[in-house]
Design a protein around this ligand. Structure first.
Ligand code: ZN
Length: 445
């Protein structure tokens, strides 16, 4: 089965393409990209102006909650949210219950993902057994079972020694260690960014240096071992400074920033709304601005959501005791288009690097390119289409977002995985030929 997307704008920075081109898909892979590709026996989809075809977006930091917390999210509802958000693949963190520190859990997640058959799922294994920071997990076994990275996310990698040993081990495979950087003694029982707003509101602070200090440690250990380190959800300018300095010295360090950290600041805490409580916390304006600067100048490698579903009842408690985290899969692309692209900070080509090319490269997974032979994973954007965020339409099982009701410019139109349309935005018109061909439907629980 061949399909030809004809006449759209194609943004494929890995192959130096940004302009009008046709994309021919043959049996799940990219066959050809270029001008005036002959249709032959292919089904032709005319792409109207305003739509942009990109290599599929990859969210390298999500929490799918299964096994163990299926009331928050399951693999099936998580990947349904992913494709609705424009993501053709996600990498899921190991802090499930049980923790993904052995091949059995990895295989369970991959089995659920195959059953759901929507976005691709790349499990991330634990660095330490039970993520308790003491003993290295069987990293070779995890890799064999399909893990693409290791992390103790939710927690920092507890000691410099454990980090060093993990890097010495993963460095042999070139597999990254992803670290949630936060010095636990400095973070203590903080709940909000240490600064003016936390003081004014009487909230215990988490200082910026709690993050930056551990980023410095990890960059230094990446340099020592020559192994790749990826800094999760970077949020403060001290961390950015450490990453930039490490890169300049040739350390194999990469980093990601979440949409909430390039959009929001701690000023939003005034109403004590727990949908603004996340870890790392929303930072001050100078940090938010530094993240945008790093995104624009290339110091930041990826945009990742840290999609962290929580049940309504868990979040609707006092600020102090509410769990950290927000959902992000279904708002990330409109936020990035509105606040980064339309705001003039970056072009589309840079956005595709941040959301597709670099996540694929860092994790060593397919994608990030529309070269012939690549999997036909595409994210099609409706560049100017208005989006009103409405949690009632979310595919995720959870609704904990501070962006409900926001109006943003730029929507996901279609998400194609392995040549099949896994999501077609019902409110975007222009690619209606793809509607009514749902190739997979998520069962309701
Ligand atoms: Zn984390």
């Amino acid at each position: 089965m061949k399909t030809l997307f004809r006449g759209g704008r194609v943004v494929d920075p890995a192959n130096g393409i940004d302009g009008r081109a046709d994309v021919l898909i043959d049996d799940g892979t990219i066959a050809r990209v270029g001008r005036d590709v002959p249709a032959g026996d292919a089904r032709v989809i005319e792409v109207p102006a305003g739509f942009v075809l990109c290599p599929g977006f990859i969210d390298m930091h999500v929490h799918l909650r299964e096994p163990g917390q299926e009331h928050k999210e399951t693999v099936a509802t998580g990947v349904a949210a992913a494709v609705a958000g424009g993501f053709t693949a996600v990498a899921c963190m190991p802090n499930t219950s049980p923790i993904n520190d052995n091949a059995g859990v990895t295989e369970f997640i991959l089995g659920k993902a195959a059953e759901a058959d929507l976005a691709r799922v790349y499990p991330i294994g634990a660095v330490s057994v039970g993520s308790n920071g003491a003993q290295l997990a069987e990293i070779g076994e995890l890799r064999e079972a399909g893990c693409v990275a290791v992390s103790d996310d939710g927690r920092p990698i507890a000691t410099a020694l454990l980090m060093r040993r993990a890097l010495e081990y993963t460095g042999m495979f070139g597999m990254p260690v992803i670290d949630h950087c936060e010095d636990p003694t400095l973070k203590a029982d903080g709940v909000a960014h240490e600064g003016y707003h936390a003081s004014a509101l009487g909230l215990r602070g988490i200082p910026a240096v709690a993050e930056a200090l551990m980023v410095e440690r990890d960059v230094t250990l990446a340099e020592l071992t020559g192994a790749p380190v990826h800094i999760a959800h970077m949020s403060v300018r001290g961390s950015l400074r450490a990453v930039r300095a490490g890169k300049a010295r040739g350390a194999r360090v990469t980093c990601e920033v979440t949409p909430h950290h390039f959009v929001l600041t701690d000023e939003a805490l005034a109403g004590y709304d727990t949908n603004y409580k996340m870890n790392p916390p929303l930072r001050e304006a100078a940090d938010r601005d530094a993240m945008i600067e790093g995104i624009a100048d290339g110091s930041v490698d990826a945009i990742a959501t840290d999609h962290a579903p929580h049940h309504y009842d868990e979040k609707h408690v006092e600020f102090d005791v509410a769990p950290f985290g927000i959902v992000g899969l279904e708002t990330a692309v409109p936020l990035a288009l509105d606040r980064l692209v339309h705001a003039g900070h970056i072009g589309l080509s840079r956005l595709v690097e941040l959301m597709s090319v670099n996540p694929a490269r860092i994790l060593g997974v397919p994608g990030g390119s529309l070269a012939p032979g690549a999997p036909a994973d595409l994210t099609i954007l409706a560049l100017d289409h208005p989006v009103v965020v409405d949690v009632a339409t979310f595919r995720s099982r959870s609704r904990n977002t501070p962006f409900n009701g926001w109006t943003l410019r730029g929507a996901v139109a279609v998400t194609i995985v392995g040549g099949r349309a896994k999501y077609v935005n019902p409110v975007v018109t222009g690619l209606d030929a793809l509607k009514g061909r749902p190739s997979a439907v998520v069962r309701e629980p």
